[in-house]
Design a protein around this ligand. Structure first.
Ligand code: UDP
Length: 234
């Protein structure tokens, strides 16, 4: 597999072409952004840790029958993935209140729910990834009715699988964001799953082991990612 030219650079990752049109390389950077890039910084070794953590989670999900873009871990910062057309939605599951939902509804952080909450945001940096519902998605053709149904069903299933996966490591999955892509006529899980995209609280102590340490300057950011990595690879 030969690495070729860069085709896309995002806030935390770069995508490179390969000599095979159906595969691309996802390169993980140490750059971190929060509050829609209003806050920028670097988390040392983050790219290496997120590549490993994502690899473990994708392998776990695939072993449980979830189709993902993951092909293989190539090197410290590189993962081989299937080239998908990203559905322009961020799909969020919330098991407890945190972050933007606390601000939206005036809820205390950590507030429990009767059922998990699924949210869709339109992936558009210039608009700050606004919250949208299924009518917006259909009206603007961000995804078809069938795609939305599949995405919702997979996301709830992934939530159950990931809550169990993390709870065995004494981590509580508070919320997370997924992205999906179109590949050979199917919808598959894409992007990354890491402490950049999940809120993880240590069971018992409630210690935050995710990007909230960067968002809110809580300190020991690298240590938190390292702790998640060590549990995930234990
Ligand atoms: N999230 C993400 N990327 C985004 C927005 C959110 O990965 O662009 C994740 C975030 O890490 C959290 C969940 O989605 O695990 C819910 O995020 P929230 O809307 O609370 O975001 P905040 O406003 O706190 O950044």
């Amino acid at each position: 597999m030969e690495k070729r030219k860069q085709i896309y650079e995002g806030k935390a990752k770069i995508i490179f072409e390969t000599d095979q049109p159906e595969y691309v390389i996802q390169y993980f950077k140490d750059d971190a952004t929060a509050f829609n890039a209003a806050k920028k910084g670097v988390i040392e070794q983050k790219g290496i840790m997120n590549n490993k953590i994502s690899t473990k989670i994708f392998e776990f999900l695939q072993s449980q029958g979830v189709e993902t873009h993951f092909v293989k871990h190539l090197s410290d910062r590189e993962m081989l993935i299937k080239k998908v057309e990203i559905v322009p939605l961020e799909v969020i599951i919330r098991n407890k209140a945190a972050g933007s939902l606390c601000r939206l509804l005036g809820l205390p952080e950590g507030r429990a729910f009767e059922t998990p909450i699924l949210e869709f945001c339109y992936k558009n940096d210039a608009l700050n990834d606004p919250l949208v519902n299924e009518y917006h998605i259909r009206a603007l053709n961000f995804a078809t009715e069938k795609e939305i149904a599949f995405i919702k069903e997979s996301t709830f299933k992934i939530n159950d699988l990931m809550r169990n996966f993390f709870s065995r490591l004494n981590l509580e999955l508070i919320d997370f964001k997924l992205e999906f892509g179109r590949y050979q006529g199917k919808i598959i899980l894409a992007d990354e799953i890491s402490p950049d995209t999940c809120r993880l609280w240590e069971t018992g102590t409630g210690k935050k082991l995710d990007k909230d340490r960067f968002r809110h300057d809580l300190g020991n950011i690298e240590e938190a990612y390292k702790e998640v990595l060590s549990r995930v690879t234990s």
